[in-house]
Design a protein around this ligand. Sequence first.
Ligand code: SAH
Length: 528
Amino acid sequence: MLSRRGFVYLVGAGPGDPGLVTLRAREVLARADAVIADHLVHPEVLGWAPRGAEVVVMGKVGNLHRHPQHEITRAIVERALRGLVVVRLKGGDPGIFGRLGEEAEAVVDAGIDLEIVPGVTAASGASAYAGIPLTHRDCAPSVSLVTGHRRNDGGSGPEIDWEALGKASGTLVVYMGTRQLDGLTHRLRRAGRPADTPVAVVRRATWPDQQVVTGTLSDIAERVRQQGVEAPAVAIIGEVVRLREKLSWLERRALRGKRVLVTRAAHQAAELSCLLRAARAVPVELPLIELRPCGHRSGVEAALRALFAYDWVVFTSGNAVDFTFRRLEELGLDARTFGAARVCAVGPATADALRRQGIRADVVPPEYVGESLVEALSSAGDLKGASVLIPRAKEAREVVAQGLEERGARVEVLPMYENVRPASFPEEGLSALRTGALDAVTLASGSAARSFAALCRELGLDPAGLPCVVIGPATRKAALAEGLAVTAMPSEYTLQGLVGALEAFFTPSDGTLPGEAAPLPPRDTAHP
Ligand code: SAH
């Protein structure tokens, strides 16, 4: 019987930051039956494999070989022979100190087809994220990638010619060499590299906790020891390291490495987490609310079927838009039901949600709050006798309905969904809160604020113990009423604004940031 042939992809996953994984790698991951990954691969990347795919983590941890190479190779080949699409996911680039040769040969020898997908190697990741170009027209015409760790399996292989590397003028990047720094800096100096040649050791390059220690060939080993730098780290050696003083950018990001609690409903957390990650923070998701459809079925149905009969339909959140259209869909209806009714959105995110459904909001108030909405509607035309429908959350502020009624409108409030407490909380978020492993909390609604305060009290924590950044005045009011420590609010009440406010909060008033690149000793002119 002819069996289906498997396939092996040998894929580089980059140095850590999931944003540095190639599109091709993501494509093949989405097709994997089995993923065999290194320890150095970011967990988020593993999540790109299809649900149901087997995910195995194998390989080295620091200097320890948890699984011998032949075991890994066997795991790959055996699955491919069973007809599976296997993705072997390796940190950095598989062709650079990645044992690509050995694994690929074993696959080919077993008669299995393969494809190799490159990745951003640790040297490139460290170079970019530490602000150190590896080559430079003025001082570094070449770059060598070297291992500081020689094989100890008794096998043969050429020795590294440190003598020649010491004489060459280019940049050196040493992988797996943190423990050998004493020996190798000594050899490079003996071979002729000036003692004041700058060196940067970059640990966990591109991860939120990236650490950089700088020094010179004469003192870097000692500095690295003092600071307790461990694997994985690369050492960049050469005059190019001096450029870091001017080019380091990661250290200037106020949110870098800050652990920020994201409390939005689970299906909405991704957008904020993504913005936080882009600002170099570490989002920790703890959904504190869950949205559930509610409202009297037939009442909702009757109102939705007659949307066209209202003068205005007012949306005070993107969720209200989503729930309205979900119900319309269930009724076999679409945007045409709005007919000539005019539509108002409280802010740009709500307007976007409408646009996705094919509706352009007629009115978006200049300030994204209820009070401003009432003003904007009344300047769009006389509200006396106008019929207004407000599909919204069951529990919401009454300012809009009241304000419109005061101006003579006939207002109908239609509860479409309610905020409820989720049945359970993800363990990671909960334990971050419990252990104080957080720097700030983001609150994008009054319900999230109330739910956060309640959870703190249940856990025996002080609700005012963590700085809270709120999305707008209504959330601020709810948070203050719960005794939360509201420390910042954006001037534009959007998620982007929220992240901006958080950045401003963490930016010291004198503009300097901790961990900013320390200046290197001045260059010794005797060694140009
Ligand atoms: N194939 C990988 C290298 C694997 S060897 C690549 O192309 O990057 C493992 C070594 O890579 C580590 O000991 C360390 O020297 C380096 N390394 C891997 N990831 C790193 C990171 N995020 N920061 C610094 N060094 C890293």
